[in-house]
Design a protein around this ligand. Structure first.
Ligand SMILES: Cc1ncc(COP(=O)(O)O)c(C=O)c1O
Length: 380
């Protein structure tokens, strides 16, 4: 009998050590009976803001709603920059989860895609500059897979051209820039997801927007309650983007453990990089490893291969599940057709054909980790 498959991510296993604390949080919520927003959410918002060293965190219902609330709030008089106008262009990456761009479109703005920098998972400042349109008023960057982007050149471009910078940090909580500050703190706002498979996952959906700006934080709080400025006074269009108290209570239990999970992810990534390094150097057509960075949060460990499908099949046979993030780029998605994207963005399309994510999440045993490495080396 063969070995059982390695899990790609097993949330029940990863949360096993925290069950007692999570039960206590559930018990507390049952006792006070406040299930939407309220003190649990306020407490978690404060802990998150402290962790990220930023003044404001606004808990919302998902990473998608974090982005949507942000792009709605940026169209109000929030005081931190001139408001975006309906129909303005938001430059972004074509290589991300669908919500990065659909949230822009749903907020009445137009996502405009800049192709990836060659061999990278994100456009650089040059690609954004090339894709700039007369109506570009914002740039949305995505710290994909937990990789902290070097934002200085992109922030300088935004500053020079009068655009605001928004950070999609859904996959990158805990990632740090070269100066040690957290992703989410360089843009006008940073958006997080607490989907269970993220580095900090709830026991359901959840998200947050963080910002340095008092006025924008206030508008975000309005937007998550249908645009409510005062009780039953709705000044602008918003939605129900509220964070549940239960999820906030669970996240409050889990947040203090994030640094140790990040250390675990980094150690695992370095093991993969070390043990696969020689093979990748000799066979770049078969295996290209992701770039390392001290502040990388390694939500995903994504390799590239010119023979990706063969590699994926061989790993599957060895009981190693993998994922393709992403099989299609955003300019190829019907949901974004209204944005009139370009027909082709070759670097993004190439990435879609070559990428493969290996298991890296906490809970993987040392034996399972070694099986992943051995299976990659034996795949050819
Ligand atoms: C880059 C990115 N942005 C936004 C989201 C949306 O987050 P959520 O699933 O919490 O709505 C995700 C989630 O997968 C994501 O990966």
């Amino acid at each position: 009998m063969g070995l059982p498959p390695v899990p790609f991510y097993d949330a029940a296993r990863a949360l096993l050590p925290y069950r007692e604390q999570l039960h206590a949080a559930l018990q507390r919520c049952l006792e006070h009976g406040t299930f939407v927003l309220g003190p649990e959410v306020q407490r978690f918002e404060q802990s998150l803001a402290n962790y990220l060293a930023i003044p404001h965190a606004v808990g919302v219902s998902s990473g998608t709603d974090a982005l949507l609330a942000t792009f709605l709030a940026l169209q109000t008089d929030h005081g931190a920059a001139a408001p975006l106008q309906p129909g303005d262009d938001v430059l972004t990456t074509p290589y991300s989860f669908i919500a990065s761009a659909t949230s822009v479109l749903r907020a009445g703005l137009r996502p405009v895609f800049a192709d990836l920098a060659p061999g990278q998972f994100h456009p650089s400042a040059e690609e954004f500059e090339r894709a700039w349109t007369p109506k570009t008023r914002a740039v949305l960057v995505v710290h994909l897979f937990g990789e902290p982007l070097d934002l200085a050149p992109i922030a300088a471009l935004c500053e020079a051209r009068g655009a605001v910078l928004v950070e999609d940090c859904a996959q990158s909580i805990g990632a740090q820039f070269a100066d040690g500050t957290h992703v989410s703190t360089q843009g006008i706002a940073g958006c997080f997801s607490f989907f269970p498979a993220k580095n900090l996952g709830a026991l359901g959906d959840g998200g947050a927007v963080v910002t340095r700006h008092d006025g924008l934080a206030a508008k975000l709080r309005e937007k998550r309650q249908h645009g409510q400025a005062k009780r039953y006074q709705f000044e602008t269009l918003g939605g129900n983007f509220r964070l549940d108290a239960l999820q906030a209570a669970f996240l409050g239990v889990l947040l203090p453990h994030l640094p140790s999970w990040l250390a675990d992810r980094r150690r695992r990534a370095h093991n993969y990089l070390t043990q696969l390094g020689d093979f990748a150097a000799k066979h770049p057509d078969r295996l290209q490893l992701p770039a390392d960075a001290p502040g990388h949060a390694w939500n995903q460990f994504v390799v590239r291969s010119n023979q990706r499908d063969q590699l994926q099949e061989a790993l599957k046979t060895a009981g190693i599940p993998t994922q393709i993030y992403y099989p299609s780029a955003l300019h190829q998605q019907g949901a974004l057709a209204a944005a009139q994207p370009p027909a082709h963005l070759p670097e993004a399309e190439r990435a879609c054909q070559h990428v493969l994510a290996l298991p890296i999440a906490p809970g993987l045993t040392a034996t399972e980790e070694q099986r992943v490495i051995d299976a990659v080396l034996a795949a050819w």
